[in-house]
Design a protein around this ligand. Structure first.
Ligand SMILES: *Cc1c(COP(=O)(O)O)cnc(C)c1O
Length: 477
C-alpha cells in the first residue's frame, strides 16, 4: 500500500469555477511535537473501500441471514423500525454537551424508559448508565459495597450458583469480593447448599431466573428469605428477562438489585460485542446508590439529576448508550404489555417445541419444561473422537449459527439452544433436520467442518489470546 505525504503548512487548493480559494492552517496552531512528516493511511479508491466492506459484510452471519440459536445471549430478530428510529437524524445529531433545554425530547424518552423498566422489573428506580450486562453487574455490586460500607458491615463474599454466567464471577472479583460457588442439584440451586454458604460475611447472592439451563428456580422466595435473614442482598441477573415478561418480575421475587440487557431482550442487535446497554434497577434504600445522572422531571421540564449524595458516581461517559435506549423504548412502546407477554409465551413455546424435537437425537439432561432456552449434551460424540464444537462447526455448513457451546459447565459437551420468540416452526424444523443429518455423517466431515464457510476451522484459542488487529497487509508467517 502507498503512503501519502502530508504537511500541515502546504496550502490546500480548492478549485471552484472561476475562482481559486486557498486554505492554510495557520502556523503554530498544531504543536510542533504533534506534527507528522508521514501520514501512513491506505491510498484507495472509493470503489475499493466499498467492495472491501461489502465483501466483509457477506462473510459475517447475523439474524438477518438466518437462525441464530445462541443460548443465553438471546440473538433474536431486532425489528427494523427500531433501527430506523435509532438512526434518524433527530437522534444522530444530538450532542451530549447540548443544553438541557434543547434536548427535552431525548430526556423525556430516557425518563419514560427508566419508568417502564422500573415497572417491568418491579424496582423503585432504574439508572440507564451501564454499557452492558457485565457492566450492570459490576455497578450493582459497587452499590452493594457502598451500602454495606455506610452501615459499617464488612461483608466480603458473593455467592454464585455453578450455573451462573461467567460475567457474574468476573464482576464479583472485579468489585473486590470473594466468590463462594454453590453446586446445583437437579439443575437448580440447592437450598441446603445456599443455607450453608450464607453467613454474616455474605454481601450478595446473585441469581438468574430462569437459570442458564432454562429452568425456573421455583424455590426463589425461600432463597430470598434465607439470604435476607442473613442480612445479605439479592442481585438478579436480568439477561434472561425475556422469559418472564408479564408473568413475574425480580421485585416480586424479592430481589434488591437487577440489571437488564437491552441488547438481548429489547431489540438491539449485538453480534460483534456491542454496542449495548445494561440499565440497573434497585429497590428501597439501594436506589439511592444508583449511578448518576438519572433523568428527573419536575412537572415542567426534564433534567439530568446529579444531586444524589449517596450515588456511587459515574460509571460511563455522558449519559449511557442513547441509541440503544431508543431501540428499547421503540420496542417496548410498540409491543405494549400484551405484546411483551406474548413474546415471552412464544419464546417459551418455541424453546419447548425445539427441546422435544432435539431430545430425539441428543440427550437433554434434567427433566421437565424449560423457559426460553435449554441445554442439550453432545457428549455421545466423544466415542467418535468428536466434541460439541465439531457439531457446531458443521451446523455452519447447513446455514445455521452454532448454539452456545460448553456452557453451563454442569452439562458435559453443552449445546445451549435458545430459539427466541421470533423464529417460525418451519425454521425450527429445518434446524432439527440438519442436526439429525449431521449426526449421521462421517467423522472426518465433522472434524474438518466448516467446509462451505468463507473462513474454515480457525484456531480459536490463538485468535483470542494473540489477536492481530491491523489494517496493514501482514507478512505471512
Ligand atoms: C449475556 C449475559 C450476561 C452479560 O451481559 P453482557 O452484556 O454480555 O456483558 C450476564 N448474564 C447472563 C445470564 C447473560 O446471558
Amino acid at each position: 500500500m502507498n503512503s501519502r505525504q502530508a504537511s500541515y503548512h502546504e496550502p490546500l487548493l480548492l478549485e471552484l469555477p472561476g475562482e481559486t480559494h486557498e486554505f492554510r492552517i495557520p502556523e503554530g496552531i498544531v504543536p510542533e511535537s504533534m506534527e507528522r512528516e508521514d501520514l501512513n493511511i491506505p491510498d484507495l479508491e472509493e470503489f475499493q473501500v466499498v467492495r472491501h466492506f461489502t465483501r466483509l459484510s457477506q462473510m459475517t452471519y447475523g439474524t438477518d441471514t438466518g437462525f441464530y440459536p445462541l443460548g443465553s445471549c438471546t440473538m433474536k430478530y431486532s425489528p427494523k423500525y427500531a433501527e430506523v428510529l435509532a438512526a434518524s437524524s433527530n437522534v444522530r445529531r444530538l450532542h451530549p454537551h447540548q443544553d438541557e433545554s434543547s434536548i427535552q425530547g431525548a430526556l423525556q424518552i430516557m425518563y419514560d424508559l427508566q419508568r417502564m423498566l422500573s415497572h417491568m422489573a418491579g424496582m423503585d428506580l432504574v439508572s440507564l448508565q451501564p454499557a452492558a450486562g457485565a457492566h450492570g453487574e459490576f455497578t450493582g455490586l459497587l452499590m452493594a459495597k457502598a451500602y454495606f460500607k455506610e452501615r459499617d458491615e464488612g461483608r466480603t463474599q458473593v455467592i454464585l450458583p455453578d450455573s451462573a454466567h461467567g460475567t457474574n464471577f468476573a464482576s464479583a472479583t472485579m468489585a473486590g469480593y470473594d466468590v463462594v460457588e454453590i453446586a446445583s442439584k437437579d439443575g437448580v440451586v440447592n437450598l441446603r447448599s445456599l443455607e450453608k454458604a450464607l453467613s454474616e460475611k455474605t454481601a450478595v447472592f446473585m441469581l438468574t431466573n430462569p437459570n442458564t439451563l432454562g429452568i425456573f428456580e421455583s424455590e426463589v422466595l425461600e432463597m430470598a428469605k434465607l439470604a435476607h435473614s442473613q442480612g445479605a442482598l439479592l442481585y438478579y441477573d436480568g439477561a434472561n428477562m425475556n422469559a418472564i415478561f408479564g408473568k413475574t418480575n425480580p421485585g416480586r421475587m424479592k430481589f434488591d438489585i437487577v440489571h437488564f440487557n437491552l441488547h438481548k431482550s429489547f431489540s438491539t442487535p449485538h453480534g460483534g460485542g456491542g454496542p449495548g446497554a445494561g440499565p440497573i434497577g434497585a429497590q428501597g434504600a439501594l436506589a439511592e446508590y444508583l449511578p448518576i445522572p438519572l433523568v428527573g422531571y419536575d412537572g415542567e421540564r426534564y433534567y439530568l439529576d446529579y444531586e444524589r449524595p449517596r450515588s456511587i458516581g459515574k460509571v460511563r461517559a455522558f449519559f449511557g448508550n442513547f441509541a440503544v435506549m431508543i431501540r428499547a423504548y421503540a420496542y417496548i412502546t410498540r409491543m405494549g404489555a400484551e405484546g411483551l407477554e406474548m413474546a415471552t409465551e412464544n419464546a417459551v413455546l418455541n424453546s419447548n417445541y425445539l427441546k422435544a424435537k432435539v431430545e430425539k437425537v441428543l440427550p437433554v439432561p434434567y427433566k421437565g419444561l424449560r423457559k426460553h432456552e435449554f441445554v442439550a449434551s453432545a457428549s455421545q460424540l466423544r466415542e467418535r473422537g468428536l466434541g460439541a464444537v465439531d457439531l457446531a462447526k458443521r451446523l455452519i455448513d447447513y446455514g445455521f449459527h452454532p448454539p452456545t457451546m460448553y456452557f453451563p459447565s454442569l452439562v458435559e459437551g453443552a449445546l445451549m439452544i435458545e430459539p427466541t420468540e421470533s423464529e417460525t416452526k418451519e425454521g425450527l424444523d429445518t434446524f432439527c433436520r440438519a442436526l439429525e443429518h449431521i449426526l449421521q455423517e462421517d467423522t472426518e466431515t465433522l472434524k474438518t467442518a466448516p467446509h462451505n464457510a468463507p473462513v474454515r476451522r480457525v484456531d480459536e484459542v490463538r485468535a483470542a489470546r494473540k489477536p492481530i488487529l491491523s489494517w496493514r497487509m501482514l507478512e505471512r508467517e
